[in-house]
Design a protein around this ligand. Structure first.
Ligand code: NAD
Length: 518
C-alpha cells in the first residue's frame, strides 16, 4: 500500500496553523533560520538568527505560453516535438523496441522530493517536484516564437537530425503548420557561416526602438491570439559574441534605451529581445552564453520588476563538472587541473567554430568551479585556483551527438595523485530541451509567488534576477552584489527548499534522527 501511495502523484495539503489555503492562494508563515558570524579577538562567534516571512502562491495557473527565440533550431524543434508527443501520449517504434513520450531530464517533471515520513511506517514519502506547488503542466504550454530562418518547425526538425523517423512521422503534420515569426538579425553578432539561414528577418541590421516595438507587438499578439494569461520568452538562438560594456551605452537602463534609439552597434539582438520582454513585463531567459544582460538591461528589469534569468543551458559537460568538482573539493581532495575538450557537429557547433562566439562559450564554461574553490581555504590559498582549459571543435559527422572529454587531475594524501577521465557522449538537444521546460515552468511559478516579512503590509516579488534557476544554467546570473553558486547539489537544494518554504515545510534535511535516536 505504501508503495502505491508514495508512487502516485497525489497533491497534498499541509496541516499546520502556519499554512492557510484559500481558493486563490496558498499562504505560509515561514521561519527562516540562519547563522550570523562575528570575528573578534581572533575568534568566530556564531549566533543563530530567525526571520519570519509570509509566502503567498497563486493556485490558479491559468493558460501559459512560451515564445522561443531560435524556434527553428535543434532545441526549438526538439522541445516542440517533445511536448506534442507527451500531450498526445505518443508511442513509436525504434530499433530497440517501442518507446513512449516522457519528460526524462526535467528536474521538475521527472525528479522527486521527500515530502516527509509515513506516519505509520516511518518510511520516506516522495513526491514529484512538480506537485510541490501549483505549476503549469508542460503539455498545456502554447508554443510559438521567432527565427531568422523561415523554415516551418516540421522541416526544422528534419534539419536538426535529432529525433527518430517514426516519432517525426507522428508529429510532422501538426508541426508543419508552425512557422516562426520573422526575427531581428544583426550579422555582426553571430558567425558569418549562419548568413545563409537568415531569410526571415525584420528590416534593419542594428538596434532600434522600432525593433523593440515590433517584438513587443509580437508578444502581445501571441498572448491575445491564444488567450494566454502569461508568456515566458526564452533565447535558444545562436550564441552571439560578447557585447562590449561601454560607459554611456549599456551601463544603465537609461543609457541602454538611448543606445537602442540611436542604433548603437554594441546592442545585440538578444538584448533587444530582453528589453522588449521586460517592457511587456514578461520573463526573459537566456539559454546561450553571451552577455545579453548588460548592466543597463539588469537595471531595466529591476525597474520594471520583471524576471530575467540566465545564462547558457547547463546540459552535459558542465553539469557533470558542477557535480564532480563539488564532490572532490568537499571530500577534501585538491583538484589541480581540469582539461575539457568537446566536439560536436550540429549548427551550434558550426556557429561556435568562429572565435568570437567560441569566446562567449569559453567564458561561461570557465568560471564554474570558482565558488567551490573559494569556499575551501584548507586546500587553496587566497587566489589559488586549479588550471582549467576548455576546447570546442566543430566535427560535422557527429551531428547532435556531442562528445565531451574531461580530465580531472587532483592531489591526494602525501603528494599522491588521482586522475579521473570522463568521456561523455550526449545527445545535446535531448538534454537541453527538458531544461527549457524546467526554466519555463519555474519562471512562471515565481511570477505567482509573493513574499513579505511577517508584520509588513506590502507583498513583493522575488528579485528580478531569478537566481533560483541556477540549477539549469551554466553561468548563473544572480542579483548584483550577491554570490554565484555553481555547486549542483546546493543549486538543487536552494530550489527545492525555497519551494518548500512557500508551503510552510522545513528545508530538506538529511539528519534522519528518527532512524538514529531510539
Ligand atoms: P541551433 O543553431 O540549432 O538553433 C539556433 C536557431 O537560432 C537557428 O534556427 C537560427 O536560425 C536561429 N537564430 C539565430 N539568430 C537568431 C535571431 N537573432 N533571432 C531568432 N532566431 C535566430 O542551436 P541549438 O543547438 O538549438 O542551440 C541553441 C543555443 O543554445 C545555442 O546558443 C547553444 O550554444 C545554446 N546551448 C545549447 C545547449 C545544448 O545542449 N543543446 C547547451 C547549452 C547552450
Amino acid at each position: 500500500a505504501l508503495e502505491s501511495h508514495s508512487r502516485a502523484s497525489k497533491s497534498f495539503t499541509v496541516n499546520s496553523p502556519n499554512v492557510v489555503y484559500t481558493p486563490e492562494n496558498v499562504q505560509a508563515k515561514y521561519t527562516y533560520r540562519t547563522t550570523s558570524v562575528d570575528f573578534t579577538d581572533g575568534q568566530y562567534t556564531a549566533t543563530p538568527k530567525e526571520t519570519v516571512y509570509d509566502f503567498k502562491t497563486e493556485r490558479n495557473v491559468g493558460k501559459v505560453g512560451v515564445m522561443l527565440v531560435g524556434w527553428g533550431g535543434n532545441n526549438g524543434s526538439t522541445v516542440t516535438a517533445g511536448i506534442i508527443a507527451n500531450r498526445r501520449k505518443l508511442e513509436w517504434e525504434t530499433k530497440e523496441g517501442p518507446r513512449a513520450a516522457n519528460y526524462y531530464g526535467s528536474v521538475v517533471m521527472s525528479s522527486t522530493v521527500k515530502l516527509g515520513e509515513d506516519s505509520r511506517t516511518g518510511k520516506d514519502v516522495n513526491i514529484p517536484l512538480q506537485t510541490l506547488l501549483p505549476m503549469v503542466h508542460p503539455n498545456d504550454l502554447v508554443i510559438g516564437g521567432w527565427d531568422i530562418s523561415k523554415m516551418d518547425i516540421a522541416s526544422a526538425m528534419d534539419r536538426a537530425q535529432v529525433l527518430e523517423p517514426t516519432l517525426k512521422s507522428l508529429v510532422r503534420k501538426e508541426m508543419a503548420h508552425m512557422v516562426p515569426l520573422p526575427s531581428i538579425y544583426y550579422p555582426d553578432f553571430i558567425a558569418a557561416n549562419q548568413e545563409g539561414r537568415a531569410d526571415n528577418v525584420v528590416q534593419g541590421s542594428k538596434a532600434s526602438l522600432e525593433h523593440v516595438e515590433h517584438l513587443r507587438k509580437d508578444i502581445r499578439d501571441f498572448k491575445s491570439a491564444n488567450g494566454l494569461d502569461r508568456v515566458i520568452i526564452l533565447w535558444t538562438a545562436n550564441t552571439e559574441r560578447y557585447a562590449d560594456i561601454i560607459p554611456g551605452v549599456n551601463d544603465t537602463a537609461e543609457n541602454l534605451m538611448r543606445a537602442i534609439k540611436d542604433g548603437h552597434e554594441e546592442v545585440s539582438p538578444s538584448t533587444v529581445f530582453a528589453v522588449a520582454s521586460i517592457l511587456e513585463k514578461t520573463p526573459f531567459i537566456n539559454g546561450s552564453p553571451q552577455n545579453t544582460f548588460v548592466p543597463g538591461c539588469i537595471q531595466l528589469a529591476e525597474q520594471h520588476s520583471t524576471f530575467i534569468g540566465g545564462d547558457d543551458f547547463k546540459s552535459g559537460q558542465t553539469k557533470m563538472k558542477s557535480a564532480l568538482v563539488d564532490f572532490m573539493i568537499n571530500a577534501g581532495i585538491k583538484l589541480t587541473s581540469i582539461a575539457s575538450y568537446n566536439h560536436l557537429g550540429n549548427n551550434d557547433g558550426r556557429n561556435l567554430s568562429e572565435q568570437k562566439q567560441f569566446r562567449s562559450k569559453e567564458i561561461s564554461k570557465s568560471n564554474v568551479v570558482d565558488d567551490m574553490v573559494a569556499a575551501n581555504h584548507v586546500l587553496y590559498k587566497e587566489g589559488e585556483h586549479p588550471d582549467h582549459c576548455v576546447v570546442i571543435k566543430y566535427m560535422p559527422a557527429v551531428g547532435d551527438n556531442k562528445r565531451a572529454l574531461d580530465e580531472y587531475y587532483a592531489e591526494i594524501f602525501l603528494g599522491g595523485h588521482q586522475t579521473i577521465s570522463l568521456f561523455n557522449v550526449c545527445e545535446d538537444s535531448l538534454l537541453a530541451s527538458p531544461l527549457i521546460i524546467d526554466l519555463v515552468l519555474i519562471s512562471d511559478l515565481f511570477t505567482r509567488i509573493s513574499w513579505r516579512k511577517t508584520g509588513e503590509e506590502e507583498w513583493k516579488k522575488f528579485h528580478a534576477v531569478l537566481s533560483v534557476l541556477s540549477y539549469m544554467l551554466k553561468a548563473p546570473l544572480t542579483p548584483p552584489g550577491t554570490p554565484v553558486v555553481n555547486a549542483l547539489a546546493k543549486q538543487r537544494s536552494a530550489l527545492v527548499n525555497v519551494m518548500r518554504a512557500c508551503v510552510g515545510l522545513v528545508p530538506e534535511g538529511d539528519m534522519g534522527l528518527e532512524q538514529k535516536l531510539f
